[in-house]
Design a protein around this ligand. Structure first.
Ligand SMILES: Nc1nc2c(c(=O)[nH]1)N[C@H]1C(S)=C(S)[C@@H](COP(=O)(O)O)O[C@H]1N2
Ligand SMILES: [Mo]
Length: 334
C-alpha cells in the first residue's frame, strides 16, 4: 500500500532545513527534484555530512539495490531531524548493557549477515526466511518519525524499510490471529548484556502488538536509517518502529514474528507491570508512577539548552491512530 502524505504531517518547502542534509545522497535527488523541491533547498545543506557519516559501512548488496526515494515525513515543521551522531550514540539496547553509551561501544561485534527470521503461529505460510526474502519490495520507503522513550526523551529519525503490514499479509494470518509477537536474538556470546548475572530482563527481549495495530500503515519494519543500513546499536538488521508508542515497543534485531491468539507476554511489562503496560501508547495525561509524561527532552540538548517540549497525545499521531483505541480507558490500558 502506498501511503499518501497527510497534510498536517507533510513538510512544506520552507521546513526542510536539517532534514535536507540527507538529500546530498544522490539516490534521493531524483525523487526530490521530481517534487520540485530541489531548487528551494538551502545551498549549505547539500554538503551536510550527517547522512553519509552515519554508517560508513555499506549495506549488503540487496540493501543497496533497494534504496529508494519514497519519502514520507510523519513529522511537523517544528521537528528537526536529530543529528545521526546522537541517534547512534544514545541508545537503549539492554542486550549490550544498560548505559546509553554501551550499545555503540559493544554492538559492533553482532553478526547481522546472514540473518533469518522465523515466521510462525497462526499463519498460512510459516517458515524461516532469509532477511532479504522477508523484506521484498522493489524499493524501501523512508519514514521520518518522532521516537519517544518512556524515560521522557525523544528524537526524530529517518528510517528506511517497509510497512509491517506487508510482511504480515504475506504470511497469511489465519482467522485465529489476534496479536503479533516479536523476539530479539538470544545469544549471550554476541550480546554481553545477556550474559550478565545482574540483568533484569528475562531474555530474549519480547514485544507484541494487537493485529490491528500491527496492520496500521504507520507501523514500520526498519532495515536502515539516515539513508544507510541500520547501525547495530539501533537494532540491525531488522527492527520494529511504532511511532505512536513508547520506544520500548520498537523491538530491535528481530529473529521471530509470530501471529498468536492471545495477548503475548512482553519484556518491560513482565518486569514491572505497574509501570509499563502492554499498550504503551504515548500519553501526556497518564504519568509513569515515578515521573511525569507531560513533557520530554528532545535530543540533542544540553544543560544550557534543555530543549524540553510538550509531549503530544499518541506522540503526535492521534489523527492517524486514535480510532484504534476508541472506547478504551487509556488510564487502565496504559
Ligand atoms: N531488543 C531490544 N529492543 C529494544 C530495546 C532493548 O533494550 N532491547 N530498547 C527499547 C527502548 S527502551 C527504546 S527507547 C528504543 C531505542 O531505540 P534507539 O536506540 O534506536 O533510539 O529501542 C527499544 N528496543
Ligand atoms: Mo525506551
Amino acid at each position: 500500500m502506498l501511503i499518501k502524505p497527510r497534510n498536517h504531517l507533510t513538510l512544506g518547502e520552507n521546513d526542510v532545513t536539517p532534514e535536507s542534509i540527507y538529500l546530498s545522497r544522490r539516490k534521493f535527488l531524483g525523487g526530490v527534484a521530481g517534487l520540485g523541491l530541489a531548487a528551494s533547498l538551502p545551498r549549505a545543506a547539500w554538503a551536510g555530512p550527517d547522512y553519509d557519516d552515519v554508517a560508513k559501512a555499506k549495506g549488503p548488496e540487496w540493501f543497496e539495490a533497494k534504496l529508494g526515494d519514497t519519502r514520507w515525513n510523519a513529522i511537523t515543521a517544528e521537528d528537526k531531524i536529530t543529528p545521526s551522531d546522537d541517534a547512534t550514540h544514545y541508545n537503549n539496547f539492554y542486550e549490550f548493557g544498560s548505559d546509553k553509551s554501551d550499545p555503540a561501544r559493544r554492538a559492533g561485534q553482532l553478526k547481522t549477515v546472514p540473518w533469518s527470521v522465523t515466521v510462525d503461529g497462526e499463519v498460512g505460510k510459516p517458515g524461516q526466511y532469509a532477511l532479504e526474502d522477508l523484506i521484498t519490495p522493489s524499493r524501501f520507503e523512508e519514514r521520518i518519525y518522532r521516537l519517544r522513550c518512556v524515560e521522557a526523551w525523544s528524537m526524530v529519525i529517518p528510517w528506511l524499510g517497509i510497512p509491517l503490514a506487508e510482511v504480515i499479509k504475506r504470511a497469511e494470518p489465519t482467522g485465529k490471529a489476534k496479536y503479533v509477537y516479536f523476539e530479539t536474538l538470544e545469544d549471550p556470546k554476541q550480546m554481553p548484556g545477556q550474559a550478565s548475572r545482574f540483568g533484569l530482563i528475562d531474555w530474549p527481549y519480547r514485544e507484541g502488538l494487537r493485529l490491528d495495530e500491527a496492520m496500521h500503515p504507520l507501523a514500520f519494519l526498519a532495515v536502515g536509517m539516515y539513508g544507510r543500513v541500520l547501525p547495530n546499536q539501533n537494532g540491525a538488521p531488522l527492527r520494529l518502529v511504532v511511532p505512536w508508542k513508547y520506544g520500548f515497543k520498537s523491538i530491535k534485531s528481530i529473529v521471530r514474528i509470530s501471529l498468536v491468539e492471545s495477548q503475548p507476554k512482553t519484556s518491560w511489562n513482565m518486569l514491572a507491570p505497574n509501570e509499563y503496560g502492554f499498550y504503551a501508547n504515548v500519553n501526556p495525561e497518564v504519568d509513569h508512577p515515578r515521573w511525569s509524561q507531560a513533557t520530554e527532552r528532545r535530543l540533542p540538548n544540553s544543560l544550557f539548552s534543555p530543549n524540553v517540549i510538550d509531549t503530544q497525545m499518541f506522540n503526535g499521531y492521534a489523527e492517524e491512530v486514535a480510532s484504534l483505541y476508541q472506547g478504551m480507558d487509556l488510564r487502565k490500558h496504559y
